[in-house]
Design a protein around this ligand. Sequence first.
Ligand SMILES: O=C(O)CCC(=O)C(=O)O
Ligand SMILES: [Fe+2]
Length: 305
Amino acid sequence: MIRNLVKYPSRVRELQARFNAHPNLHGAENPTYLKGENDKAINTFAAVLFGLGTAQTLRVVKEFIKDEPLECLRNECIKLHEATTDEKIVDLGCVLDLFAETYMPGNARIEQDAYMTIRNELLEEIGGKNVKCIQQLIFNEIPMYMAKFFEKEKLYFFNEHYVVKPAHTNVEFRWHQDDAEQLGMCVHRESIPWYLSAWCALDDVTMKNGALQFLPWTHHQPDAMVPEELDVTSATAPIVVSAGSLIIFRSDIWHFSAINTTDASRRAFYVQYTQEPIYSSPNTKEPLCCAIPIEIAPSKKKYKK
Ligand SMILES: O=C(O)CCC(=O)C(=O)O
Ligand SMILES: [Fe+2]
């Protein structure tokens, strides 16, 4: 089965349904991945693939999340998984979203405390634990690391979800750009600057359980509108990383992930940050998903480029 990206943020979901109905954009065959020079697993130690910034779009950060926060993310993901079935997960495009069924009041979209209050309530409902380290991770550690790629003193939390590929599921994420999927129905899409996703491996990622591949920015094809138009001969090899590693990439970079042929789920936590608030339309100040400001004090830009 070939899956489109099916996230989204509650307000996007309705737009997404229309987007998915578009025959040119949905259910298209995955372009054949031709083996080439770079058809080797990039191992965990290839910490930097490409920089981020102007010509910088993709970076692997080895084992960024460890110990307690990694366990806490896994526990949340387990609770979400237990609250549903593998079949339903596949129907949901492998996305597990704590907020999927929830109406998010305006303040929870723009204020960290209000957001966390709802998040913790939802978590409690499924038997999860309210732990401080996740808030730290989402609103401090990951954004502080990401800040250097934006070159700004402030960034905005946009969205989070888990991506679970259950054991032996024949679901791949066809080649896509996240912004095309998430902003597909925004009339003002052209004016929205690129944003960044941190894809955090919660399990060791192997060649068999759904590793991601990217089309390097050096081979970016701005004219390709749909995957069929994309030449992926220069794609990276599947990126093999250990649990806790981040893959940080820009919203406009093409990527793909393979099926999971193993006996265990392949889980990831996916969190996104924008340079500016993204509103649902040019005439409103309603965030498309969330637009929670995070200040980056210059002194906190502690991670070296
Ligand atoms: O986790 C994966 O396999 C890919 C997820 C992805 O690309 C997405 O959710 O946009
Ligand atoms: Fe994606």
